[in-house]
Design a protein. Structure first.
Lengths: 210, 210
DNA sequence: TTCTTAACGTAACAAATGTTACTGTAAAAA
DNA sequence: TTTTTACAGTAACATTTGTTACGTTAAGAA
């Protein structure tokens, strides 16, 4: 049994399914920054995350990004499910936020297991539900929060999935994720620092009271 | 057979399922403005739309609204599915955009049919997929468009689902749907009129070249 | 009809966000 | 080490969006 599969999925799946997953699924280790899925990709398999985290992004017509949410271990990317089922191209980009270990399940098995294993069907539907909620939360964030609040939420979320209150990134990168400009980010980060919510360093940001 | 069920769903569902739907589903006629589902509601059934259109909305912490998308005949509200499956409360509000005729399917049947009818399972998964795409489009609209573009898109969408290029509404109502203020809407509508995209009247707006 | 009210137009101002430009500085490269 | 480069701070300004206030007008009520 692959380490992590047992840990994160054994309480979800019956033994026979776990066995099939470990036999059929292909184990992959991807480094931070690796693009697992790109917009327009044809999806032929879906990932189960064993460890690490993945950043899910949307792109505007100029090719500029916007982060939607992070996905963690024990989760899958429900977007891939919709794509697999509909045989359509990916609507989103998935980038490894940290070094990440995954198991890829081929599309045929995905569908087969829907009929074969009740626990798999529940998992798929549950994943949909989770992702819907994530998307709604993304909408809340974008539509209802001001940029300084969005920025603070982003930093906290990032710290969470990295399990580290010291975030290693640049203002430029943050600006890209939030679909704004570097100057705006620098300005608001300074404001957050004055409010004693963060501590700024070169190439890193420390969250106070995570 | 209920009129509309045959027309919009016969190519989707097998005869036996259609029969069950017309036997078990409860037919409802709801007037424009009627709230079918509210935020926090416990969902015990899911609607199939026979005719008309439904507006799906999200609410901020002050109780102010934001439109996510319109749902038309031949569709269902995938949000209700997630809620039914997860036995959780509704995350959204669904309001009849026009006079609307629906069939309500009780939650037990929903789940039963997932196993019994392949066409039902496809429909549910397909609906998820559609709604995911709608949510992503909503995010694009909110995150990437300026208010005047959002406004114009809203007017066109509204004209589409109402099948009428004359939109009967007030600036105040539009402002509520777009989560902005009446003054902003009036200002931008005037701008759109100067650009010859719309023609303004009291209590109505005509779209030019829909 | 006149009266009342909701709808609309618009000005003036405030706040938030985006843009350009320039500086100093720490990190990385040579 | 020195040089180069990417990163961050900040000012100044533009644009977009939000707010307050008030006047005008059409629709509906009396």
């Amino acid at each position: 049994m692959i380490e992590g599969l047992q840990r994160h999925y054994s309480y979800l799946f019956e033994d026979a399914l776990l066995k099939e997953i470990s036999e059929i699924g292909s184990y992959k280790k991807v480094p931070e920054g690796f693009t697992l899925i790109d917009i327009g990709d044809n999806i032929k398999s879906m990932p189960l995350i064993l460890s690490g985290a993945i950043k899910v992004m949307r792109e505007d017509e100029n090719g500029d990004d916007l982060i939607l949410y992070f996905v963690e271990q024990g989760d899958t990317c429900a977007m891939t499910i919709t794509c697999c089922m509909g045989e359509t191209k990916s609507e989103i980009r998935a980038v490894a936020e940290t070094d990440t270990r995954i198991i890829m399940i081929p599309i045929e098995k995905m569908q087969e297991w829907m009929h074969k294993y009740p626990s798999w069907q529940s998992f798929i539907l549950q994943s949909y539900h989770e992702r819907m909620k994530e998307l709604l939360e993304a909408i809340d964030t974008i539509a209802f929060l001001k940029m300084d609040e969005r920025l603070y939420k982003y930093l906290r979320d990032k710290a969470m999935v990295n399990r580290d209150d010291l975030i290693k990134t640049t203002h430029q990168e943050i600006a890209q994720d939030l679909h704004t400009s570097r100057v705006v980010v620098s300005r608001l980060l300074k404001k957050l620092e004055k409010e004693n919510k963060i501590k700024l360093h070169r190439n890193s940001i420390k969250i106070i009271d995570l």
